[in-house]
Design a protein around this ligand. Structure first.
Ligand SMILES: [Mn+2]
Length: 430
């Protein structure tokens, strides 16, 4: 029996108030879609089967380079974080797994597994951290980790990643995500080639420790914390890494890790074509790695990314199963509300992409009818699919309006009483 963090009768009462209007909306949308020969039930079933992992670090309040303003009832440790992730899953039914960050979330694997099981949660990709120094580590990562000039520092970073694999294996995880902050701040500071050779050698050692059924995701990011050059800076370098390491190595695309105006959906298409798309860190951005809520700034871009994913699904691309994860930092909102909203936006983009008339699109593309081709995408994007999302949640035991239900539950005030504010906390600024 799953432990519920929000009382079932609160969800039932909130759904009851909305059920009649929701039912009408769902039926009206069903009628509209059936005129386009789309079966709403088939779309709802697919949406209900689409899941995205919540990052453990996302339920704490983030910060900026300048300051961090703590929220009420912030999770004090991984077990509080799991409780908050349980709330998000209970209301959205879209987030059954949690992505852990080590060493922030380090704990006895048996205790982690037991708590997650009790909340009806599982674990997604493990994330290593060699971009900051732990309290008791022998070698500093100030000048890099996997690509550091010093062999002992590289070894320490490799061993940390292997430890993440071992902990993940005990939790039932099947992937490790590696993002490093290595790079340089001054021209001439590092030899680009030697540095990348050292990185690849270290990644080979991590790759060797990977269980057979695991995948290794390398995550590129254009800049920051290094501001002149970054070792894994773009999808081209990322692809070279995945190609060099082997068939268990894939590229992870974080939507905020590109130059402004980059055509991210096209990068996604390329990685799919060459079998190296490992998965996503969903978020949104205006300028850089802003880590804003998915779909909050550029919902059309999110839709266009999903258009590529659904296209691959439609074509039956072999071995296509990208991992879906959220990677956000919540500075001014209740992190639980942001993660609920983001999970919904991600499902929304998927649902809209499912509505694209792919036969018509192909016809317009073949006929060089640019206007009608783009209108075909817009027609799907303009469709308000909220009734489909709400119905998928409702049928799975979630909330028709999850943010309103969360607010009605008084959860934040309750945990604020149970969790005295701690200075610092873990995983604040990400
Ligand atoms: Mn990321």
């Amino acid at each position: 029996m799953t432990e519920t963090r929000i009382a079932a009768d609160v969800i039932a009462a909130e759904n009851e108030r909305r059920q009649s209007a929701h039912q009408s909306d769902y039926e009206a949308l069903g009628a509209r879609l059936s005129r386009q020969s789309i079966d709403i039930e088939a779309v709802t079933a697919k949406v209900a089967d689409f899941f995205v992992a919540v990052p453990s670090w996302g339920v704490g309040t983030g910060g900026t380079r300048f300051a961090r303003f703590p929220g009420l009832g912030e999770p004090r440790h991984i077990f509080d974080k799991l409780d908050d992730c349980g709330v998000i899953q209970q209301l959205t039914r879209a987030t059954p797994t949690v992505s852990l960050h080590i060493p922030w979330d380090k704990a006895d694997p048996k205790a982690l597994k037991a708590r997650a099981d009790a909340l009806g949660l599982g674990f997604d990709a493990m994330n290593s951290n060699t971009f900051s120094d732990g309290a008791d580590q022998a070698h500093s990562y100030k000048f890099g980790s996997l690509s550091h000039v010093d062999a002992a520092t590289r070894r320490q970073a490799v061993e940390h990643n292997i430890e993440c694999i071992e902990l993940g294996a005990a939790l039932g995880c099947k992937a490790l995500t590696v993002w490093i902050g290595d790079g340089s701040n001054f021209p001439g500071q590092s030899n680009f080639t030697r540095q990348f050779e050292r990185y690849l050698d270290a990644m080979r050692d991590i790759y060797k420790a990977l269980p057979d059924d695991w995948r290794l995701f390398s995550e590129h990011k254009m800049y920051e914390p290094a501001f002149y050059s970054t070792v894994v800076q773009d999808w081209g370098t990322n692809y070279l890494i995945a190609q060099t390491l082997g068939e268990k190595a894939y590229c992870l695309v974080d939507l905020g890790h590109h130059a402004p105006n980059t055509n991210i959906e096209m990068i996604v298409a390329r990685l799919i074509q060459f079998g190296k798309l490992g998965g996503f860190h969903f978020n949104d951005s205006k300028y850089g790695d802003d880590d804003l809520d998915a779909g909050s700034v550029e919902p059309y871009r999110l839709f266009l990314v999903f258009n590529e994913l659904v296209d691959a699904e439609h074509r039956g691309v072999k071995g296509f199963h990208p991992a879906h994860m959220i990677d956000q930092s919540h500075n001014v909102t209740d992190p639980i509300e942001s993660l609920i909203a983001s999970a919904n936006e991600i499902r929304r983009a998927y649902a809209q992409a499912l509505l694209v008339d792919r036969a018509a699109l192909e016809g317009y593309q073949s006929g060089n009818d640019a206007l009608m081709a783009t209108e075909t995408l817009k027609r799907a994007y303009r469709t308000d699919v909220e009734p489909i999302l709400a119905e998928a949640r409702r049928r799975a035991g979630g909330a028709i309006d999850p943010v309103a239900t969360y607010r009605a539950s008084g959860y934040r005030a309750r945990v604020a009483g149970e969790r005295p504010a701690v200075k610092g906390g873990s995983g604040g600024i990400v």
